[in-house]
Design a protein around this ligand. Structure first.
Ligand code: XIL
Length: 392
């Protein structure tokens, strides 16, 4: 606990240098309870992270938990297109800047999320924009956002999700404002603009391979929308579908990315979101084989795995915490063991921040390694054990 309090004092007094050695008090934590996850991740030179929001930074418990347990974090929402670029020509960097200033203060890193998703471009370009107008908007957006953070926080950002969720489960490209106006090369154009704007940044394509989870009988995608045509019920990338040859979505994405790499389009990595709504972890190392063969990196960018509540609304910890811990152990260990993976980010800081209850109308919750009191769950200890194997 002393270590976390030290970090809290740093934050409040702003008295610590940005490369403060937070492992200094680790022995106390080991004696009293456990080594903080952040210390284990630092020892392993591993990016173990969380999704975070700027408003919650004002809550002391939240700030301490974020600073004390993670080496990296992602803006959960505030750096998405409509938030950071709310009107044509208008940018709002306040939320991202607050997070980035916090990261600098605590000596943490950030992943940028996300430049290009499924935006409806009508508010920016009107109905049926031309290819040229949409390309100009994309170029402006990417250069402005990356230009701002490169100018002000070059020491904070190490990776950025350039394009998110462009493929459907059948391996074809999804409809979106960008694809509709620009055509199928909108993905590679986004990577070219991002590389122009910030060549040193690691640029990721990000998507989900954990197919449908059943919520009240409806098929819901990890993006939260009903997508019955695109989704085949099943265990997603578990079992045989962990083989990219048999996974139609992975296949489509692989073809596109192989083609990009063959023509020298600058992409550095592929992010698997890892919203795991089934009680078994997908085999990410197996699914990532082709990525490694291309010489690209891979990451688990939005990891979470719900635990209950059951039909009476109760959380049965004895029933689901061990299995949840096994899922986190498998996922983190798979990344730790690969020379091409050094990043796992969970989607939220503690259970009460998770998007799952909202997404599932309360049916699924408690998907992270810290509980709603910021206490370590068995999954936190499982992550700790996996991180410790990296520095052995
Ligand atoms: C989610 C956020 O967690 C929610 O708060 C928001 O309402 C919707 O977006 N894939 C992604 C993330 O890439 O950006 C999404 O985040 C979850 C699915």
């Amino acid at each position: 606990m002393k270590n976390l309090l030290t970090i809290a004092a740093c934050l409040i007094l702003a008295a610590c240098s940005s490369n403060a050695d937070h492992s200094f008090h680790a022995e106390d934590d080991v004696k009293n309870s456990h080594m903080p996850l952040r210390v284990a991740a630092e020892q392993a030179e591993f990016y173990w992270g969380a999704a975070a929001g700027p408003q919650q930074l004002d809550e002391a418990d939240y700030a301490v938990a974020l600073a004390g347990n993670f080496t990296i974090f992602t803006a959960e929402n505030v750096m998405k297109f409509p938030m950071i670029h709310p009107e044509p020509g208008v940018y709002d960097f306040s939320g991202g800047d607050k997070l980035a200033a916090f990261a600098r203060e605590t000596g943490q890193k950030m992943r940028g999320h996300v430049l290009i998703w499924r935006e409806d471009l009508t508010p920016w370009l009107g109905e049926s924009p031309s290819r040229e107008a949409a390309i100009a908007l994309m170029r402006e957006h990417i250069h402005t956002v990356l230009g701002h953070y490169r100018a002000h926080y070059p020491d904070v950002f190490v990776q950025w999700d350039v394009v998110n969720e462009a493929f459907r489960s059948d391996g074809t490209l999804r409809d979106s404002g960008w694809r509709g106006a620009i055509g199928d090369d909108f993905i590679e154009l986004a990577f070219q603009f991002a590389d122009e704007a910030w060549p040193e940044l690691e640029l990721y394509y990000n998507d989900f391979f954990e197919l449908a989870f059943n919520v009240g009988g409806s098929l819901v995608t990890a993006g939260g929308e009903l997508d019955p045509d695109a989704i085949r019920p099943g265990l997603g990338s578990v079992g045989p579908l962990a083989n990219c040859d048999l996974n139609t979505k992975c296949n489509g994405m692989r073809r596109y990315i192989q083609n990009m790499v063959a023509r020298g389009v600058p992409i550095d990595g592929v992010g698997f979101q890892a919203h795991i709504g089934v009680p078994i972890a997908p085999d990410y190392p197996q699914l990532a084989t082709w990525i490694e063969e291309l010489g690209l990196r891979w990451a688990l960018t939005e990891l979470d795995s719900p635990c209950g509540p059951d039909q009476s609304g109760q959380l049965n910890e004895a029933l689901c915490y061990p299995n949840q811990a096994q899922i986190f152990a498998d996922v983190v260990q798979g990344c730790v063991d690969s020379p091409f993976c050094n990043t796992v980010v969970q989607w939220g800081v503690a259970d009460h921040h998770s998007w799952w209850p909202g997404l599932s109308q309360g049916a699924l919750a408690n998907p992270l390694v810290l509980d709603s009191n910021y206490a370590y769950k068995p999954a936190a200890n499982a992550v700790l054990d996996a991180l410790l194997t990296a520095s052995e």
